[in-house]
Ligand binder design. Structure first.
Ligand SMILES: Cc1ncc(C[n+]2csc(CCOP(=O)(O)OP(=O)(O)O)c2C)c(N)n1
Ligand code: SF4
Length: 275
């Protein structure tokens, strides 16, 4: 029997370049399940933007849709331009934690602040996978990376919290070991008006797992499950070493394209009155 997701994939470019056991495949599968549940028979109305990194290869060239691979960290500015000129399109960004929370962090914050009607799926594998396992802003304190061979001295950042505080309509984090919840979050993000951010905490067995005594993907998945704590139950307790999962924001707010359109109409009326 054909896998349901093949209708969304360019079969001529398969198999993917991911290492065996990489979490990127689970994220892609959750995305396909979400779009299928929403009734999309194809991805014709979608535009996917990605930066540079392993996770940026998820949509491009694999998804049967309009896809654009941009520069490292610059997928959100490109997605912003696409959404502003084609508000009818569903614009989805895929990227890594290095791409979106490192070099591209300011774009992420400002898109959330504007509540721009795009969706961002950040694959947080806690490391720079593609370039050899360097420390990312999300690397947990104490973890081993190629640039911190004695353990990362910095605390990892809570990107979901930052995006929620910046003003996004929808923000959630799940791990790839919570595949159903992750799929539901992606589905909700696609339904929500405004800026939606879903963080998929994922495993990179090659660069993170091997260095941190979890070379097998299953070991990392168990580690993520053991550490997970629902963010709604985290207030007032010590969350040191825990992975907060769940929904950080889910609220009705006007989106940027909508607000911008109203402003253009106002300007037009004003110009008409003055002419
Ligand atoms: C301007 C620029 N700086 C640095 C790089 C090198 N580079 C490519 S991908 C990457 C980080 C990848 O990590 P992440 O975004 O977390 O994705 P992953 O590979 O882990 O999925 C870096 C530093 C680049 N391509 N362009
Ligand atoms: S290096 Fe890590 S993130 Fe990149 S494909 Fe391999 S397992 Fe996946």
């Amino acid at each position: 029997m054909r896998h349901f997701a093949l209708k969304y994939l360019r079969e001529e470019v398969l198999p993917t370049p991911f290492c065996p056991g990489c979490g990127c495949g689970i994220v892609a599968n959750c995305f396909f399940k979400a779009v299928e549940e929403l009734g999309y028979e194809d991805l014709g109305n979608f535009v996917f933007c990605s930066g540079i990194g392993c996770s940026s290869w998820i949509p491009s060239p694999h998804f049967k849709a309009d896809t654009i691979h941009t520069l490292h960290g610059r997928s959100i500015p490109v997605a912003t331009g696409i959404k502003m000129v084609r508000p009818d399109k569903e614009v989805v960004v895929f990227g890594g934690d290095g791409d979106l929370a490192g070099i591209g962090l300011s774009h992420l914050i400002h898109a959330a602040r504007r509540n721009l009607e795009i969706k961002v799926i950040m694959v947080n594998n806690m490391i720079y996978g593609m370039t050899g396992g360097q420390t990312a802003p999300t690397t947990p304190q104490g973890s081993y990376t190629s640039t911190t061979p004695y353990g990362n001295p910095e605390p990892g950042m809570d990107v979901a919290r930052l995006v929620a505080d910046a003003g996004a309509s929808y923000v959630a984090r799940w791990t790839v070991a919570h595949a159903v919840m992750l799929k539901n979050a992606i589905r909700r993000a696609l339904e929500r008006k405004g800026f939606a951010y879903v963080e998929a905490l994922s495993h990179c067995p090659t660069q993170f797992g091997r260095r941190n005594k979890m070379a097998k993907p299953a070991e990392m998945m168990k580690w993520m499950l053991r550490r997970s704590l629902d963010v709604s139950k985290a207030s007032g307790i010590d969350v040191e070493g825990r992975i907060l999962v769940g929904v950080y924001a889910d609220r009705e707010k006007p989106g940027f394209v909508e607000t911008y359109k109203l402003m253009i109409e106002r300007a037009g009326r004003k110009a008409g009155l003055e002419a």
